[in-house]
Design a protein around this ligand. Structure first.
Ligand SMILES: NCc1[nH]cc(CCC(=O)O)c1CC(=O)O
Length: 313
C-alpha cells in the first residue's frame, strides 16, 4: 500500500490516452491502493496538424509541454511512444522505464488492396513519414506519396473519404485502439524497416524523484530496453528522429544473448538506400547502435542526410 499520488501528464489523442491509461492500470496492478491521475495537455505537435512533420521539424514536438509540467512539479510522469521521444532529455528529467513492446511493424491499410504489391500503377499512398515514403518509393517508384497528418482516427477517415488508395500506419497504434480489422496486411521489416522505438512505450520522470522511480520499476521490460537502446543509439549518432529517412530495428534471439540490429538510411525519393546490420551481445546495445551509424555514415549516409536536411530547411 502507498498513499502516493502519481500524476501522469498526457497528450489527449486516443493513442496517447490509451498509453497513459495502460500505465495507470499497470501501476494500480503492482501497487494496490495507489492513486494515479491523468492530466491532459496539448502539445505543439497536436496543434500544427496540417503541416508535414518534416517541415515543422523540431525534435520533441509532442513532448515539450509535458516536460515543462514535470519540471514545474505539476505532473510526475509522462508516457511516450519511444518513436517520438528526443534522444536527449532536459536537465532534471530522464527515462525511468521502457514497457514491453507491441508489434513494431508498419501496417498497410486500404479498403481496396491487400498489399503494396497489389496497388495499381501510380496509386496514391498517404504517409507523412519520410522513412516510409523512401522505402515505398524504393520498392515502387511509380507510387504517389501524399501527406497524411492527424491522429489515427483522422487518418483513417481521410482514407475512407477516398483521398488515398492506401495509407501506412504503425501496427502498434491500430492494435492498441482495437482497430486490428483495419490492417489489410502487416508490412515485414524487410519491406519497411521500422522507426527506432516504434511500438515501445517509455516513461519519463524527474531524475531526483526516487519514490516515483521505485514505483515504476515493475513496469520495465529489459528485453525491450536492450532493443530500443541500440535503435536510439543509432538514431542519436545519425542525429535523426522520426522526421528523416532513417530506420532501425533490433531483435533479440530466443536465448536473449544476441542482439541483431538492422539500420537503413535512404534518400526521400528512394533512389538511394543504404542498409547494414550487426550482431552482438545485448550488453553492447549502445555501442552497436553507434557502430552501425558510423558504418552507414562512412558508406555515404552523411551525404544523403545532408541533402535531406537542406530540402527541409
Ligand atoms: N509518429 C506518430 C506516432 N508515434 C507513435 C505511433 C504509433 C505507436 C507506436 O509506435 O508506439 C504513431 C502513429 C503512427 O506512426 O502511425
Amino acid at each position: 500500500m502507498t498513499d502516493k499520488v502519481v500524476r501522469i501528464a498526457t497528450r489527449q489523442s486516443p493513442l496517447a490516452l490509451w498509453q497513459a491509461e495502460y500505465v495507470k492500470a499497470e501501476l494500480e496492478k503492482f501497487h494496490p491502493g495507489i492513486r494515479v491521475e491523468l492530466m491532459g495537455f496539448t502539445t505543439k505537435g497536436d496543434v500544427l496538424l496540417d503541416s508535414p512533420l518534416s517541415k515543422i521539424g523540431g525534435k520533441g514536438l509532442f513532448v515539450k509541454e509535458l516536460e515543462v509540467a514535470m519540471l514545474a512539479n505539476e505532473a510526475d510522469i509522462a508516457v511516450h511512444s519511444m518513436k517520438d521521444v528526443p534522444m536527449e532529455f532536459p536537465e532534471g528529467l530522464g527515462l525511468a522505464v521502457i514497457c514491453p513492446r507491441e508489434k513494431p511493424t508498419d501496417a498497410f491499410v486500404s479498403n481496396h488492396y491487400k498489399t503494396v504489391d497489389e496497388l495499381p500503377q501510380g496509386a496514391v499512398v498517404g504517409t507523412s513519414s519520410l522513412r516510409r515514403e523512401a522505402q515505398l518509393k524504393a520498392a515502387r517508384p511509380d507510387l504517389q506519396i501524399k501527406t497524411l497528418r492527424g491522429n489515427v482516427n483522422t487518418r483513417l477517415r481521410k482514407l475512407d473519404e477516398g483521398q488515398y488508395d492506401a495509407i501506412i500506419l504503425a501496427t502498434a497504434g491500430l492494435l492498441r485502439l482495437e482497430m486490428a480489422d483495419r490492417i489489410a496486411s502487416e508490412i515485414t521489416p524487410e519491406e519497411s524497416l521500422p522507426a527506432g522505438g516504434q511500438g515501445a512505450v517509455g516513461i519519463e520522470c524527474r531524475s531526483d524523484d526516487a519514490t516515483t522511480i521505485e514505483l515504476l520499476k515493475p513496469l520495465h521490460d529489459q528485453q525491450t530496453a536492450y532493443r530500443v537502446t541500440a535503435e536510439r543509439a543509432m538514431n542519436r549518432r545519425l542525429e535523426g528522429g522520426c522526421q528523416v529517412p532513417i530506420a532501425c530495428y533490433a531483435t533479440l534471439n530466443e536465448a536473449g544473448d544476441e542482439l541483431y540490429l538492422r539500420g537503413l538510411v535512404a534518400s526521400t525519393d528512394g533512389t538511394q538506400v543504404l542498409r547494414d546490420e550487426l550482431r552482438n551481445s545485448p550488453d553492447n546495445a549502445e555501442a552497436m547502435g553507434i557502430e552501425l551509424a558510423e558504418r552507414l555514415l562512412a558508406a555515404g549516409a552523411d551525404k544523403i542526410l545532408a541533402d535531406v536536411y537542406q530540402q527541409n530547411g
